[in-house]
Design a protein. Structure first.
Length: 858
């Protein structure tokens, strides 16, 4: 061939993205034209790119519908144990391409859209991200949904349909500016409102003593309207449901009791109720005790539990037996996973339903509740742990507060019996923290209300068990587990890096997509010169493509032959973007000191959102953009060093930058990053890691061999020793000339000439109250970066390490993670049964005459 392939042609060559088939393509074109006409009400003369996106989205959606209905019928008929993943965040990103891949339609769609004279990548880029998450925790929930569907589990994601997701980040004069994420403005073709399943949620009110027990009365009601989004498994005809609740005011809101006579005001006040699902709180790893957030947490929990109990009662387990024994089988039929403590109120809420409404005895209700719930801890940073003021909970949920007190009393009785005369232990283990404002410790509630508690990487689970919640492990050691996080290889390889996915398939076949451990088969190609060249060619093409994207979207030029050194994640002091920034300044000083000395060219790309209320994180962004401005415009530096702050980092941007990365920065202070999942995405996509022994980095090094990563800096024990000794930043500053030079340059106002003291609060923090000890790891980090540059000069040796890393990344599939949850926590089996595709007869239902008239039960 004389000319290079276009992206579209490259995509069409890739067989793992489905068979092209002439009928298939013709069918898709027909569907597309039909939707353009009937759904979008446009013809090709007036249609916009967005219209074409919607026409394609609806065409692809049509292929989901039959499988979705069939899957839910199948669950209704077979009644397998249901798994409910409760989360305040589902960071889904885009849906179109993921759906085409999981349905095996990508190639046929590429061809159809090509024949229609359109560019499918341009259409895909129109789609808004579903940004209903902040970072790792929300993205984990999204990866888990993909894996649960791919493994054929009867699973549901339950959350909130935020009208506004994570804000859009703009950089203006170097500062972060937030814009509202009005992601639903153009409509969402992937969701289906289900008003027939709307449910009431109660707030405020008081507790009344009646003959038949306690009653929660005089409440304000908000309605929860469910929106269902299909979650297709990879090539197995399974389509699960993510059900997100939207808040609606009842039609008599404020009319019955209060604003009699002020109809207009009553209608306007409906906003107050509907604000509950208005906006995602933009905090990552930080607890902000706002009343509206507490309302969100109870809203999702109350609606979801009603739904779960309704579905249980409609099953053969819930309907036939007597009311007194009916719920005995509840934990055999229902597993509820709590994604952090955010949905912790599910525990007292289920107790309230069992005790107050279903009239179960307390001990029986508590036993069933414990057997039903499991809790995942995501952080040990104290500022992130939820501790709700008792007064606030009493006002909003008076009955739940009583229940929490009762749970606590019985819990402390147990502790007292096992550890007599240990008052301090009782104080430490109480659900209620005394002193100052009384608060409820939600992690304590989750631990005692669950049968399983897990951390998200080995090192983190050890800290959870042996340090942060040691008292609880003394009480019930068997509860504590580890479930190392993972990522879905469908989105994070097939979708985002088709060139690499195909190259791997050529070498080891296609089965690795569902069994990522098969990547170890790549080990035998580590010394294969052709494979080495092919791997580095794919990386180079991805880098060129990303460079073109940056030039087109942001008008910045970068050199695709420089090393792409990428640090993308939420901006947080513990993630130490500041340490990266000090390395950039150090490289700059070295170039200026000796401009003729050889230098391995680098493009440092840093991206991530700062919580709008996190002042220091915003100053860190400002410092990075200021340093970038100086470095990028210094003629002495030229092409050797460029610094890019990547605006508005989000799922769809991660999909672009990760496949183009050479070096992945994972440099948190040891003991602070619970797992990380960004680290895994980079490893799978052929980037090398520079990182500390923290989170899942430890297991990445274990899998690949420590010699194949760039591991540096303090281990947890070193951090602990330094804490005992007392961390003194000044010592490092005086001892390390390059550190001193970098800090002095910031302090001199060199990067902020119009306001020389702009970054004083940053440098003061680093000297006087740096909880994350940047200076203590600076020297090891810079030395390690020098090793990185050395190796990068040797392209072949570099790529050998890349291959070893890809080959060792199989453990980090979320399929593996979910199999472990299924086996060790949920007690369910992955199913190999392929639900019949919509155009084939249903063997299950057709034999059972009762089922043929069965209405769809969601
Ligand atoms: C994976 C991912 C994260 C988590 O990254 P970490 O490096 O683990 O913090 C955050 N944001 C987005 C958009 C992601 O895709």
């Amino acid at each position: 061939m004389s000319r290079p392939l276009t992206d579209q042609e490259k995509r069409k060559q890739i067989s793992i993205r489905g068979i092209v088939g002439v009928e298939n393509v013709a069918e898709l074109k027909k569907g597309f034209n039909r939707h353009l006409h009937f759904t979008l009400v446009k013809d090709r003369n007036v249609a916009t790119t967005r219209d074409y996106y919607f026409a394609l989205a609806h065409t692809v959606r049509d292929h989901l519908v039959g499988r979705w209905i069939r899957t839910q019928q199948y669950y209704y008929e077979k009644d397998p144990k249901r798994v409910y993943y409760l989360s305040l965040e589902f960071y889904m990103g885009r849906t179109l391409q993921n759906t085409m891949i999981n349905l095996g339609l990508q190639n046929a769609c590429d061809e159809a859209i090509y024949q229609l004279g359109l560019d499918i990548e341009e259409l895909e880029d129109i789609e808004e991200d579903a940004g209903l998450g902040n970072g790792g925790l929300g993205r984990l929930a999204a990866c888990f949904l993909d894996s649960m569907a791919t493994l054929g589990l009867a699973a549901y994601g339950y959350g909130i349909r935020y009208e506004y997701g994570i804000f859009n980040q703009k950089i203006r004069d170097g500062w972060q500016v937030e814009e509202a994420d009005d992601w639903l403005r153009h409509g969402n073709p992937w969701e289906k409102a289900r008003p027939e399943y709307m449910l009431p949620v109660h707030f405020y009110g008081r507790v009344e003593h009646t003959k038949s027990g306690l009653k929660w009365v005089d409440t304000q009601v908000v309605l929860a309207l469910p929106y269902d989004t299909p979650v297709p498994g990879y090539m197995n005809n399974t389509v699960n449901t993510m059900r997100l609740w939207s808040a609606r005011a009842p039609n008599d809101f404020n009319l019955r009791d209060f604003n009699v006579g002020d109809y207009i005001q009553a209608v306007l006040d409906r906003n107050v109720a509907e604000n509950i699902s208005r906006v995602l709180y933009p905090n990552d790893n930080f607890f902000e005790g706002k009343e509206l957030r507490l309302k969100q947490e109870y809203f999702v929990v109350a609606a979801t539990l009603q739904d779960i109990i309704r579905r249980f009662k409609a099953s053969k387990f819930g309907s036939t037996e007597s009311v007194r024994t009916m719920f005995d089988s509840f934990p055999d039929q229902v597993a509820i996973q709590l994604n952090d403590t955010h949905p912790a109120l599910a525990i007292p809420e289920l107790m309230r339903v069992f005790v107050d409404i279903e009239k179960l005895p307390w001990t029986k209700a508590w036993d069933i509740t414990k057997q039903t719930f499991a809790y995942t801890n995501h952080t040990v940073l104290p500022e992130a742990l939820e501790r709700w003021p008792v007064d606030l909970v009493e006002k909003l949920l008076p009955r739940h507060l009583q229940i929490i007190y009762e749970i606590n009393q019985r819990h402390l009785d147990k502790v007292r019996a096992l550890f007599p005369n240990d008052l301090d232990r009782l104080r430490r283990m109480s659900l209620i923290e005394e002193g100052g404002v009384k608060r409820i410790n939600m992690a304590h509630l989750c631990i005692i209300g669950s049968h399983a508690v897990n951390g998200v990487a080995k090192i983190h689970s050890d800290i959870v068990k042996n340090q942060v919640f040691k008292d609880f492990a003394d009480l019930e050691p068997e509860k504590f587990q580890n479930k190392t996080n993972g990522i879905t290889p469908r989105r994070w390889l097939l979708l985002c890096n088709p060139g690499l996915a195909e190259l791997i398939a050529e070498k080891i076949g296609e089965d690795y997509v569902k069994d990522l451990s098969q990547l170890t088969k790549l080990h035998k190609f580590v010394n294969d010169d052709i494979f080495i060249r092919e791997i580095s060619k794919v990386k180079q093409e991805n880098k060129v493509k990303f460079a073109q994207f940056l030039e087109k979207e942001y008008n910045v030029k970068i050199n695709p032959s420089s090393m792409f050194d990428v640090h993308v994640k939420r901006i947080h002091e513990y993630k130490r973007q500041l340490m990266n920034c000090l390395h950039i300044i150090t490289m700059y000083n070295r170039i200026k000191r000796d401009p003729m000395k050889p230098f391995v060219p680098r493009t440092v790309i840093i991206g991530g959102k700062a919580a709008p209320g996190y002042h220091m994180a915003k100053m860190i962004i400002r410092l990075i953009t200021a340093v970038g401005h100086v470095v990028n415009n210094d003629p002495v530096v030229g092409n050797k060093l460029k610094v890019i702050f990547l605006e508005n980092y989000r799922v769809s941007l991660a999909e672009k930058v990760i496949p183009a990365t050479d070096l992945s920065e994972q440099i948190s202070t040891a003991g602070t990053e619970a797992s990380g999942t960004g680290n895994m995405k980079f490893m799978l996509n052929g980037a090398l890691t520079i990182g500390t022994m923290d989170g899942a980095n430890v297991e990445m090094a274990e899998e690949a061999g420590e010699e194949n990563l760039f591991i540096f800096g303090m281990r947890i024990q070193d951090v602990e020793e330094l804490d005992k000794k007392g961390y003194n930043a000044q010592e490092y500053y005086e001892k390390l000339p390059e550190l001193k030079q970098a800090i002095d340059l910031i302090k001199s106002g060199f990067f902020s000439p119009k306001q020389p003291d702009l970054f004083n609060e940053v440098t003061n923090m680093l000297f006087h109250h740096d909880r994350f000890k940047v200076f203590a790891d600076y020297e090891a980090y810079v030395k390690c970066q020098d090793t990185v540059s050395q190796l990068y000069m040797n392209a072949k040796e570099w790529t050998k390490l890349v291959i070893r890393n890809i080959a060792a990344s199989g453990k980090f599939s979320s399929d593996r993670t979910i199999k472990e949850y299924a086996r060790d926590i949920w007690n369910v089996e992955p199913s190999d049964i392929k639900i019949p595709p919509p155009n084939e007869p249903r063997d299950v239902a057709d034999k059972n005459p009762n089922c043929t008239t069965q209405k769809l039960k969601m």
